[in-house]
Structure formats: C-alpha cells, structure tokens
Design a binder for this molecule. Sequence first.
Ligand SMILES: Cc1cc2nc3c(=O)[nH]c(=O)nc-3n(C[C@H](O)[C@H](O)[C@H](O)COP(=O)(O)OP(=O)(O)OC[C@H]3O[C@@H](n4cnc5c(N)ncnc54)[C@H](O)[C@@H]3O)c2cc1C
Length: 296
Amino acid sequence: MKPPPFEYHRPASKDAALDLLGSLGDDAKVLAGGQSLMALLNLRLARPAHLIDINRLNGALSQIGSAANGGLSFGALVRQRAAERSSVVGERCPLLAEALPQVGHHQIRNRGTVCGNLAHADPASEMPAIAVALDGEMLAESQARGQRTIRADDFFRGFLTTALEPDELLTEFRLPAWPTGAGWSFQEVSRRHGDYALVGVAAVVQLDPQGTCTDARLAFTGAAAGPVRVREAESALKGAPISADAINAAAERVGPAIDPQSDVHATAAYRRHVAGVLARRALREAAGRATRGARA
Ligand SMILES: Cc1cc2nc3c(=O)[nH]c(=O)nc-3n(C[C@H](O)[C@H](O)[C@H](O)COP(=O)(O)OP(=O)(O)OC[C@H]3O[C@@H](n4cnc5c(N)ncnc54)[C@H](O)[C@@H]3O)c2cc1C
C-alpha cells in the first residue's frame, strides 16, 4: 500500500525543525528512521498532513556522548546499529548492547534510531524496558518552551503514547552511569528471531562482596501497555543474600504484578507465565555476572 498524501519537509537545522513542529503541531509527524512510521502510513493507521524529516540534522544529534560521570547520551539521529556497535556502549551499558541485536534485523537497525524507538513506544519494544530499568531520561525540546527533561518512568504513557507534546522533538536519550560491578541480562521470547518480543525482561543485579544484593532492577516489555518495572520482585531481593531460592521467590512475584494483553500472537496467561520464567533466567544470569564482577 501507499501512504496517504502528505507535505514533506526536510529542515536543515534543529531550529528550523522546531519552528515547523511549533507551527504544524498535531498535523505533523517527525520522520527519523521511518521503520515504524512508514508502516503506519502505508497501513493508513496514521494520516499526518506533514512529515518533518530530521535526517539532515546531523552534527550533535548523531552523536553518542559519554559524560565524565560515566553516563551516556544518544542524540535523536543515533541509529540503533551505531549504538549496538559502539565500544563505549558495550563498556558503559552492557545491558543495552545485549538487547540491541534483538531489535528487528540489522537492516532495520541500520536506519531505525534509538530515540525513534523510544518515541514510538511500542509495548513490545526492548529499549523502553531498558530505559525504565536504568532510570533513563529523555531530553525534549520545543520552540515555545525550550528544553525539558522527562524521566523514563514518566515518559511512557501507554500503547504508542508518550509524554512528548505535538510540538516537541526528542533530542536526546540519557542513561546514568552503569552501577559499579552490576550484573545484567536481557532475555526475551519471540516467535522468530527479529520479531517483536512476546515478552522480554531487562535485569540488573548489584551485590556486595559478601553476596548480599544491594540493588535489583527488573523491567518488562510485552507485559502491559508500556514498559513496566516490577518493584515487588526487586524489593524481595534487595538487602538479602542472593540465592536460587531468593531468585525464585522474586520471580514468583512477577505474574500477579503485570497486566499483559491477549492478542493473535499469545494469550495474557501465556505472557504472564513466560514473564515469570524469563525473570528467573535473567536474575540468575545477572546475579552470576555480578558475582564475578564483585570478585574482580
Ligand atoms: C520488520 C520490523 C521489525 C521490527 N522489530 C522490532 C523489534 O523487535 N523491537 C523493536 O523495538 N522495534 C522493532 N522494529 C521497529 C524499529 O525498531 C523502529 O526503528 C523504531 O521503532 C522506530 O524508530 P525510527 O527511527 O525508525 O522512527 P520512525 O519510524 O521514523 O518514527 C516512529 C515514531 O516516533 C516519532 N519520532 C521519531 N523520532 C522522533 C523524535 N526524535 N522526536 C519526536 N518524535 C519522534 C515519529 O514521529 C513516529 O511517530 C521493527 C521494525 C520493523 C519494520
């Protein structure tokens, strides 16, 4: 199918893009990698009168930044594949490096952007789960109100819905410094490699040298209308010695805490079950990596 008619804009600067977004607002959509938006247009599920193609705004928006405090930032035009191949991302955020190869296929990641994926807010996407697991932040910018920072927890509002206003551009995604010695794991189940996850989980575990869990993060994709952290499971682990029993007890808290949907791919009951199984696997792997990290 072909998309409905639209007026195409290709601004040469961020200010020009913000100008257009300010004047066109609800009638316009930002075009980044196009890997989700073009499908929506072709299926006539979106009918914006204007497309604002931001692909000319290179420079800072194409950069992966590494802050002196250990944090990372991804400009609006950083492709998923660039993040996946970045040695800085591998060193500073191994969880993201592990999850990115599971986003579609490399042809999609060559064009798809990290920020576009977050702005699209598909409930089955990997990156929103990582953003909430790691307490990431979004930098949004508009001509009328300037810049604001939105915590990942507040950014995702439900199915394909975020806190971005129609006149705002997501200019940067930020991750704080990786917690020292933390272990990680990203696990998902999908029907075929490259498909969206039926359910996926991002886990981070931090241990002290005695093996007591000092921090645990567990965030799911495919388990609700948006990414969801299961704090009941996290708090079951925190402050206690890490063990198989402790991990099993935490994983059992997952099913009752999530609200997955049934669709043509899987029932809610199946997703709930798989979420518990993946939580156990991911926590085991993260704890194992943290044990090795704590001893290093
Ligand atoms: C076959 C296929 C398989 C896929 N599998 C997966 C998968 O397994 N996991 C997964 O997570 N994704 C998957 N995707 C989606 C892919 O990751 C997309 O690249 C991503 O969701 C959107 O990024 P994009 O840069 O292409 O954004 P676009 O498609 O250009 O835009 C998507 C939406 O975000 C908005 N937007 C984009 N950038 C900005 C910005 N900077 N500021 C404000 N709004 C913005 C657009 O207006 C639009 O509404 C798949 C896609 C395809 C085609």
